[in-house]
Design a protein around this ligand. Structure first.
Ligand code: KIV
Length: 278
C-alpha cells in the first residue's frame, strides 16, 4: 500500500467513530469506509485494520445462514450477531440492521424493538430500509435517542415487491421519490443514508443535495463513503459477482487449499509431528 493511502488509516486519532464524526468526515471531504461483520473474530480484525464503521447487516441471513433473502432474520438473531461484533470492536461505529417487519406495524412497536436491540447489544446506531413509508417509525426511534442510518435504492427487505435485485431508480419517478425520501430522512434527523444499487449520477446528486453522508453500495464514486458485504469483498462468496464488487482477497480458494492440505496431512499421518505433540 502506498504511504499516501496508509495516511488515511485511523483518521480521527484512533478515537471512537460517532454519528458526529460521520458528519465531520463529510464536511472535511474524508471518505467513510464501512464493511459488514457478524461475529467477534472478524469484527476485531476489521476494527484493528482501521475500518470507520461496521454494519451488522441482515445480509447475515444470506452469508451466515445461507438463506435466499434477508427476510427470515429475527430481532433475537440480530442481537446475537450485534453483541458478538460489539465484543470485538473498540474504534469503529457499529450499526445494526433492524430486521424485516420489526418497524412497520407501528412506531411504538418499532421503538420497542429498537430499544431492545440497543440495550442488549450496546451498539451505536440502527439501520432501517425505506423513506416516507416508515418515517413515523424513524421519528419515534430517533426521539428515543437512537441514531439512525437510512437505506434507500435497492432495499433487500422489499425483494418480493421488486421481484429482482436489479438497478433501482433508473426512471424519473423513482429517482424523484428517492431524492424526496433522502430529504425526509435527513430532516427527521438520520445521521447517514445507505444508497444501494442506483445510478452513480443520481447518487452524486443526492450526496450533494444532502448534508449527511451518503454511503454507497453499487452507487458509484460520487458519494461520501462505501459499504460492502465482507464475505463478498474477501472472495468467500464465489457465486456472487455484481459489477460493483471489487475482491480484495480470494478466501474461498485459500481456505479450500488449507483444508485440502490439512486433510491430506491427517490421512498421511504427517500431522501432528513429534514437535506438535506432548
Ligand atoms: O445487510 C446488509 O449487508 C446491507 C448492506 C448491503 C448495505 O444492508
Amino acid at each position: 500500500m502506498s504511504e499516501e493511502k496508509k495516511g488515511y488509516l485511523s483518521s480521527g486519532n484512533g478515537k471512537k467513530v460517532t454519528a458526529h464524526r460521520f458528519r465531520e468526515m463529510k464536511q472535511q471531504g474524508e471518505k467513510i469506509a464501512m464493511l459488514t461483520a457478524y461475529d467477534y473474530s472478524m469484527a476485531q480484525v476489521i476494527d484493528q485494520a482501521g475500518i470507520d464503521a461496521i454494519l451488522v447487516g441482515d445480509s447475515a441471513s444470506n452469508v451466515m445462514v445461507g438463506n435466499r433473502t434477508t427476510l427470515p432474520m429475527t430481532v433475537d438473531q440480530m442481537i446475537y450477531h450485534g453483541r458478538s461484533v460489539m465484543n470485538g470492536v473498540k474504534r469503529a461505529m457499529v450499526v445494526i440492521d433492524m430486521p424485516f417487519g420489526t418497524y412497520h406495524s407501528s412506531p411504538s412497536e418499532a421503538v420497542t424493538n429498537a430499544v431492545r436491540i440497543m440495550r442488549e447489544t450496546e451498539a451505536d446506531a440502527l439501520k432501517l430500509e425505506g423513506g416516507e413509508e416508515i418515517i413515523e417509525s424513524v421519528k419515534a426511534i430517533l426521539s428515543a435517542g437512537i441514531p439512525i442510518m437510512g437505506h434507500l435504492g435497492l432495499m433487500p427487505q422489499s425483494i418480493n415487491k421488486y421481484g429482482s435485485y436489479a438497478l433501482r431508480a433508473k426512471g424519473d419517478e423513482e429517482s424523484a421519490k428517492l431524492r424526496e425520501d433522502a430529504r425526509l430522512l435527513e430532516e427527521a434527523g438520520c445521521f447517514s443514508i445507505v444508497l444501494e444499487k442506483i445510478p452513480s449520477s443520481l447518487a452524486g446528486i443526492v450526496a450533494r443535495e444532502r448534508s449527511i453522508p451518503m454511503i454507497g453500495i453499487g452507487a458509484g464514486p460520487e458519494v461520501d463513503g462505501q459499504v460492502l458485504v465482507m464475505h463478498d469483498m474477501l472472495g468467500l462468496n464465489k457465486g456472487f459477482s455484481p459489477r460493483f464488487l471489487r475482491r480484495y482477497a480470494h478466501l474461498y480458494e485459500d481456505i479450500n487449499d488449507a483444508v485440502q492440505r490439512y486433510t491430506a496431512d491427517v490421512k498421511a499421518s504427517d500431522y501432528p509431528s513429534a514437535d506438535e505433540s506432548y
